[in-house]
Design a protein around this ligand. Sequence first.
Ligand code: 6LW
Length: 503
Amino acid sequence: MPLQHRAARAANPVIPGFHPDPSVCRVGDDYYLACSSFEYFPGVPVFHSRDLVHWTQIGNALDRPGQLRLPASMPSSGGIYAPTLRHHDGRFWLIVTNVREGGGNLIVTATDPAGPWSDPVWAPGVPGIDPDLAWDEDGTCWCTVAGVSQVRIDPSTGQTYGTPRKLWSGAPGAKAPEAPHLYRIGDHWYLLIAEGGTERGHGVSIARGRTPGGPFEPCPANPILTHRSTDHPVQNTGHADLVQGPDGSWWMVLLGVRPRGGTPGWHVLGRETFLAPVTWVDGWPVVGEVALDLSTLPWPLSPGPVEEHRDDFGLSELRPYWISLRDRPAEHCTTKERPGWLTLRARGDSLDEPDVVFTGRRQQHASCRARTLVDPSGGRGGLAVRLDERHHYAIEASGSEVRVIARVGSLRTVVAAQPVPDGPVVLGVTTSDPPPPHGPCTGPDVVSLGVEQPDGTFTELAALDGRYLSTEVAGGFTGRVIGMYAAAGNVHFDWFEYEPVSR
Ligand code: 6LW
């Protein structure tokens, strides 16, 4: 039986887990949103909502090798950065950066945002990351990037015209003016940016002008959103996009993190997507509270999608939430070889390799439980909690033994090992609050790894401090992904279950 949950009450984050750099657009009563995906394939998850609160993933914009190249030479947290999703002239347009050797800025289009999306057109003249597309009244398209500068572009070919022009760099002295989005609202063009860096100093500022190229006058109330120096449970708020509801109300989607534990606080789920209300005063947007409880929103909420938390691998294609490292060739990852099972065929021999065969899903809840039934008779593999190739915990099965392996920076160790009977075995991982007493050095969570006995009882082999799988320790732009991997031979997985325990 599929394990199903009605999506939780109306709450922030509206898209939990590593879903940063949200970009949103509305077509009629439907909202669509896209996020960054870095070293994972497929890239750029695309979501649909009717109320901005409950989102369902409907696909991935970059789901074919011809659209997305993520070579093993590109480090984790390289790859796909910061899309902009817009609807113009009956088509969805998505511009995004595949950093460094990934090829730079590219544009794909679709008539149905669930796909298929077109092959990319490349835009080598776009002068930076975080590209935005905006069309003016005569149909001219402007591409604005981090920095913040702008160039005219033909989005159907990727051809740019003229020399990029610097528009604005936010507050004097603030670092990293980035994530620009340009909108025509009323009589003005508004230029929304993030600044202060994507860490605790992050914020959102805005300026306005009479033309898409400025000159721009900064909002006197800038930053219009920041949680820096506050004790708000949501931190690093920034990288935002604006959208108007059919009723005329305005909303902001933004990224934020939920640090936990003592000081300095560790966030383990990556940068998540949040929603905040926006009102307008004197022609400037005023951002309301990034509230954890959204049940008081002024419109009827949809009941929320039914979320599937168990996959029996009965379909010929993997569901859209499954992400693999760098690519997913059928010879390394398939449900067709052994029907009803996911077969992973090893490429690298450990999770330390940048292109190890690993397929997982984002950890989306502070406390959760994941289990899988693995048949390691043809190789060696298991269940892992991965932040990057240098930060991961795993429980690995190989014939008659299971082992817990921890990799933290340059340290790699087998933490525990236990004999098990030959044949398929259920491996499990849970993340939970650290036991009391809690103090300034308490970590964000505890990651337990173990095996399930034939009678269903769980034997914990190791309980590890979760801080080592946090962004504050590992660095980078992603968050935890929990999944299955093969480190030798062919490893088969009968099912995978992910159960939220607490938000
Ligand atoms: C993205 C930049 C940022 O390009 O982080 O928080 C970078 N903002 O705008 C990667 O997500």
